[in-house]
Design a protein around this ligand. Structure first.
Ligand code: NAD
Length: 433
């Protein structure tokens, strides 16, 4: 099948590269000509393990190409994926303007092809969108005079995680296909055939809802365990022991039960807020979901307050923030807790240094990212671990202790063993332990 993917960011590029690897001919489109130029040369503008190799391989065998010309990419495509951003608006609702624009552009292209006999394209929405977006896309096409028989609209939300995106796409727990006709469902199922995945066929609105609910549930697990961690801290119980034990219950499951400074990234905070708004527009006050984001926002405040409480006089004290990316395995800094923490520490009067293996700028005015972790730790009064990069666990802690002014660790991800750290001469503070 010939595929066009609109939006060559984290989701669009992974979708395009993986579908090319599975045998489709893919053209990825982006409105940003610089991205297109660098992608055409096989260079990826973000860090995602395994992706660059996959893009290069498919560029070589001619199964993937890049352009900013949607007409060219879409005119012969059987399937057009929309994978553009849906960032949060001020009120927390999803900004769907890029999806609307992409649908409008598809309509313009299809209008030019109207005389083509048997014209039929499947428009697949991969962006995370409010329930009802499928109907909006259909209306945009119909309003432009494209007859209903010439297209089908499908919702095929993406569940990949940055840092393991290629492997997640290739080994999905399930593939959700929301469609109103079996012709479109069969065609999209065919695309994913070789993945042997569990495929769920549902209507478009249900598919859209499944994506919001998946992310909201994951966020709820994190805020739940953080709330319990805050209680544990006050009553002298270790959250890691509690979470470890409850996680063995298969009804609960181990994942997303790690207490810490909370979730960030471009998806969980925005999707929870967007679902709160979907509920509000439907006349329902989603109290639990509101609480989930509120607990998350306060978690980083608590962490900063803890550091502040340890150093009542911040002036002259320096904190090394370790980890800038919102999670390990990526250089994405959208909604990263590290950036919020650095801003707060700076506002409290601390000097701040920072280091991340993949992010080379602090993204906070007045704070410079160090070239390596030991440079960041040099002369510091404390180290705050914010992103659980595996290499941070492998640090030479003796060297770290000797490099720092004071051997104090605030472990915002509970990634280190408190006993071992204390044996190595550190004062150790985790979250809820
Ligand atoms: P992104 O910002 O990395 O990529 C979006 C790309 O679309 C950008 O390169 C932008 O230039 C391009 N673009 C925007 N409007 C365009 C247009 N009209 N024509 C052509 N290109 C256009 O975003 P992302 O992280 O890939 O997210 C895309 C969608 O997927 C969002 O709805 C997001 O919620 C969802 N999602 C993201 C993830 C993730 O981990 N990042 C996971 C699952 C779902």
């Amino acid at each position: 099948m010939k595929i066009c993917v609109i939006g060559s960011g984290y989701v669009g590029l992974v979708t395009g590269a993986c579908l090319a690897n599975l045998g489709s001919h893919v053209t990825c489109v982006d409105k940003d000509p610089e991205k297109i130029e660098s992608l055409s040369a096989g260079h990826i503008h973000f860090f995602e393990p395994g992706l660059e190799e996959m893009v290069k391989f498919n560029l070589k065998n001619g199964r993937i190409s890049f352009t900013s010309d949607l007409d060219r990419a879409a005119k012969d495509a059987d399937v057009i994926f929309i994978a553009v951003g849906t960032p949060p608006k001020r009120d927390g609702s999803a900004d769907i303007s890029s999806v609307v624009r992409a649908a409008g552009d598809i309509a313009k292209t299809m209008k030019k092809l109207k005389s083509r006999k048997g014209l039929y394209k499947i428009i697949v929405n991969k962006s995370t969108v409010p329930v009802g977006m499928g109907d909006i896309v259909t209306k945009i096409l119909k309003r432009s005079g494209i007859p209903g028989r010439s297209f089908s609209v499908v919702s095929n939300p993406e569940f990949l995680s940055e840092g393991s995106a290629v492997s997640d796409f290739m080994n999905p727990d399930r593939i959700v296909i929301g469609a109103s006709d079996t012709k479109a469902f069969d065609a999209i199922t065919q695309l994913y055939r070789s993945l042997n995945a569990h495929i769920i066929f549902t209507d478009i609105k249900t598919a859209e809802m499944i994506k919001y609910v998946s992310n909201s549930f994951l966020a709820t697990k994190i805020s739940f365990v953080n709330e319990i961690a805050n209680i544990c801290e006050r009553i002298g119980v270790d959250i890691t022991a509690v979470a470890g034990a409850i996680g063995l219950d298969q009804r609960i499951g181990k994942k997303f039960l790690n207490a810490g400074v909370g979730y960030g990234g471009s998806c969980l905070p925005k999707d929870v807020s967007a679902l709160v708004n979907v509920a509000k527009n439907a006349g329902y006050r989603a109290q639990l979901l509101k609480g989930v984001n509120e607990i998350n926002e306060k978690q980083i405040d608590r962490f900063a307050a803890r550091i502040r409480a340890y150093f009542p006089g911040a002036a002259g004290k320096k904190i090394a923030v370790l980890g800038i990316a919102f999670k390990p395995g990526t250089d994405d800094i959208r909604e990263a807790p590290s950036i919020k923490l650095m801003k707060k520490l700076k506002a409290m009067g601390f000097a701040v240094s920072c280091f991340d293996p993949a992010v080379k700028k602090s993204h906070v005015p007045g704070i410079t990212a160090s070239e390596d972790v030991y440079c960041a730790l040099k002369g510091c009064d404390a180290a705050a671990f914010v992103t659980e990069w595996p290499q941070f666990k492998q640090l030479n802690f003796e060297l770290a202790r000797n490099t720092m002014k004071k051997p104090v660790i605030f472990d915002g991800r509970n990634m280190l063993n408190p006993g071992v750290m204390r044996e190595q001469g550190f004062k150790y503070f985790g979250v809820g332990r």
